[in-house]
Design a binder for this molecule. Structure first.
Ligand code: TYM
Length: 339
């Protein structure tokens, strides 16, 4: 028996510190594009994921609102999409527990993100950090989401989501959970650090110069791009010529993602020029793209009570979709419901 699932898009962002250009180009920027394209769109600030490592409560509240503001500043319309924070919809935690009993511990130990975050002293990391992907599978499957737009670094977690769905369906002899498609698209699925082309741009990098934050002003953006690590060679005529030049490739990819061009189109204009010419052009493009986002985020953040109301309304809508799916999951697993 094959069940067909209505097209539904889900994605989430952790409120674990300021957002970067990587979050924007790899995820946020694309979220609004899926609205009104036939699929329901559900976007979540994943605060339960954030607390897998220590979060100061006051900062967590601030960051949760800031990520919600960033979603809206990037064009997510809460009257079109469902926009909410994870902890207000208890179905996420509930389904995560059910999935903890389907997923295998070995699957969790294999996650590169766990290995990176737990570091050498993994025995001392929270149990939640190990079970993180099970909660992520719950986020997605609580809505029977069929597609998930993310950056490249989430690919392994999405494969695990598919494994959990498939094992559940197999173990219980049902076709209840969809096998969700990752949407890893565009020229900036993996934006790299401005200081080291072999590392991902990340909000947790100790060096602020390694990233562009969505809250950086025009001067800070221009300065970080000016100081970005590059090489002394001129730019080639196509991306093929940047194969072994990770820092240069990263800057060209960023430019292309910001203007909606391909890397080759950008290079056709800059062929033969050095970074003395390319960097100021990139800074201009970045400031033009990011300044309106930063401004709108600041406007939303001026009214935190309104953000909380929006998240509250979104949470009600999210619960209305996920509650029946979780009830049915429990029924499939043999749990009695006598109300
Ligand atoms: P998070 O909060 O680390 O990042 C949010 C999104 O930004 C993307 N991203 C990047 N893309 C390109 N280049 C980069 N340097 C870069 N850094 C981050 C991430 O791929 C992600 O799409 N586990 C997730 C949050 C999550 C989630 C979910 C996502 C929880 N539940 C369900 C999708 C569906 C995370 O930590 O993302």
């Amino acid at each position: 028996m094959t069940t067909s699932f209505a097209p539904r898009i889900f994605s989430g962002i952790q409120p674990s510190g300021g957002l970067t250009l990587g979050n924007y180009l790899g995820a946020l920027k694309r979220f609004a594009d899926y609205q009104g394209q036939g699929a329901e769109t559900i976007y979540c600030v994943v605060d339960l994921h954030a607390i897998t490592v220590w979060q100061d409560p006051e900062k967590l509240r601030h960051n949760t609102r800031e990520v919600a503001a960033a979603f809206m500043a990037a064009g997510v319309d809460p009257s079109v999409s469902v926009l909410f924070n994870q902890s207000q919809v208890s179905q996420h935690a509930e389904l995560a527990w059910l999935f903890n009993c389907v997923a295998r511990i070995g699957w969790m130990y294999r996650m590169t993100q766990f290995k990176d975050k737990a570091g050498k002293n993994s025995e001392n990391s929270s149990l939640g950090l190990l079970a993180y992907p099970s909660l992520m599978a719950a986020d997605i499957l609580a809505y029977h989401a069929t597609a998930v737009p993310v950056g490249e670094d989430q690919k392994q977690h999405l494969e695990l989501t598919r494994d959990i769905a498939a094992k559940f369906n197999h173990d219980y002899g049902v076709n209840f959970f969809p096998i969700t498609e990752p949407l890893i698209e565009g020229t900036a699925t993996r934006v790299m650090s401005l200081r080291d082309g072999s590392r991902k741009m990340s909000k947790s990098d100790p060096s602020d110069a390694s990233r562009i934050n969505l809250t950086d002003d025009a001067d800070a953006i221009a300065q970080k791009i000016r100081k970005a690590r590059t090489d002394a060679d001129p730019l080639p005529g196509s991306m093929e010529g940047l194969k072994d030049r990770p820092e240069a490739r990263n800057l060209v990819n960023i430019y292309a993602a910001l203007t909606g061009e391909t890397g080759d189109q950008v290079l056709a204009r800059f062929e033969g020029q050095g970074f003395g010419a390319f960097k100021p052009a990139l800074a201009d493009v970045a400031v033009t793209a990011l300044a309106p986002i930063t401004r709108r985020m600041t406007e939303f953040m001026a009214d935190p009570a309104e953000i909380d109301r929006i998240l509250g309304r979104g949470s009600e809508k999210a619960a209305a979709i996920s509650a029946p799916i979780i009830e049915r999951t429990k029924e499939i697993m043999g749990m009695i419901r006598s109300r």
